[in-house]
Design a protein around this ligand. Structure first.
Ligand code: UT7
Length: 312
């Protein structure tokens, strides 16, 4: 048996902040944001919602999709750089709220590559036979660490949560290959400062992203025993439409074989790839037995890619 996703879900907060809304509070323009990033609007969590609330709703949706109950979950892995507090972990908070009384629980931190790190950790526990089901959540309330006076970063981010249940899937399906990596020397390009704000050297992160996304995606395709012609659908981290386009071109894929949801959500970091996956399944772009590639990069610097045969 191989490990794969047996259920997926997401939660996106209701409140929408458009580029026009941002024009009113900082020196920016809808035109600049659209052309430089591809973002048109983003969702922002309410003051009464913290990261664990978003995580809980996404987890519930994924459990429902998988058709499992909370007591069947052996482990909860929450990936976030914006936990409610340093401890207890968001994973422990949702463990209680879900009633997942048999689950070990911990948070992981790999920024925008977090969901990839979580899925691969889960895969090993499932394949080893340790747990039948591992709940993986990618969640951020980035709005609470956004410097709303810094136009270089404030226009980019959004809040949201995604979740996946990793379990045993049928022969030929599931996670076929992965590539995880890190380069701590690039930590200075994207971090949270003493004032708890996101600081980013956009150009350096951009260069890293363009190089790493292509390399990592091609690596997992080859590791899985395929070539780029075999790929049915690509889900790149939704950070910038120009970075997504460069990954698409590197894999020679047509427009309709790449997830592009950034215009509606902005960059939701750890929630980005899982959110794009749920949307792509919902609108019929990903079907059972499709060969899909997920690829992300983020603060750390970190990266991660997965080649997967979709379906239970
Ligand atoms: O999840 C991982 C996190 N981060 C990323 O993936 C980000 C990767 N980097 C990027 O997406 C891009 O570098 C940005 C979108 C952040 C910036 O785009 P860019 O094409 O690299 O622009 P730039 O930083 O070179 O800035 C160009 C100009 C500057 O003006 P001057 O110095 O040329 O006069 C900026 O001050 O654009 C200005 N600018 C803005 N103007 C209007 C920067 N932000 C804004 C803004 N509105 N929001």
């Amino acid at each position: 048996m191989a490990a794969g996703l047996v259920g997926i879900g997401r939660y996106i907060p209701e409140k929408i902040v458009t580029n026009a809304d941002l024009e009113k509070i900082m020196d920016t323009s809808d035109e600049w944001i659209r052309t430089r990033t591809g973002i048109e609007e983003r969702h922002i969590a309410g003051d009464d919602q913290d990261t664990s609330d978003l995580a809980f709703f996404a987890a519930e949706a994924a459990m429902k999709d998988a058709g499992i109950t909370a007591d069947q979950i052996g482990m909860i892995l929450v990936n976030t750089v914006t936990p409610d507090k340093p401890f207890p972990s968001v994973a422990c908070m949702i463990q209680e709220r879900l009633g997942a009384k048999n689950a070990a629980a911990m948070d992981q931190s790999a920024a925008c590559a977090g969901y990839m790190y979580g899925l691969i950790t889960a895969k090993h526990f499932v394949e080893a036979g340790t747990y039948d089901y591992v709940l993986v959540v990618g969640v951020e309330k980035l709005s609470k660490i956004t410097d709303w006076s810094d136009r270089n970063t404030a226009v980019l981010f959004g809040d949201g949560a995604c979740a996946g249940i990793v379990g045993n899937v049928s022969e030929g399906r599931g996670i076929l290959a992965f590539d995880l990596g890190a380069d701590g020397s690039g930590g200075k390009y994207l971090y949270q400062d003493e004032a708890d704000h996101i600081i980013m050297n956009g150009r350096e992160v951009f260069k890293f992203a363009v190089r790493q996304m292509g390399e990592s995606a091609l690596k997992v395709i080859e590791k899985a025993g395929y070539t780029k012609e075999d790929v049915d659908f690509l889900i790149p981290h939704q950070a910038n439409i120009r970075i997504i386009e460069s990954a698409r071109k590197r894999l020679d894929l047509p427009e309709d074989k790449v997830a592009k949801v950034i215009s509606k959500y902005g960059n939701t970091s750890a929630a980005s790839i899982g959110n794009a996956m749920v949307e792509s399944v919902e609108n019929g772009k990903i079907k059972d037995d499709d060969l899909i590639v997920l690829v992300g990069f983020g603060g750390g610097l970190t990266w991660g890619a997965i080649a997967m045969r979709y379906g239970k």
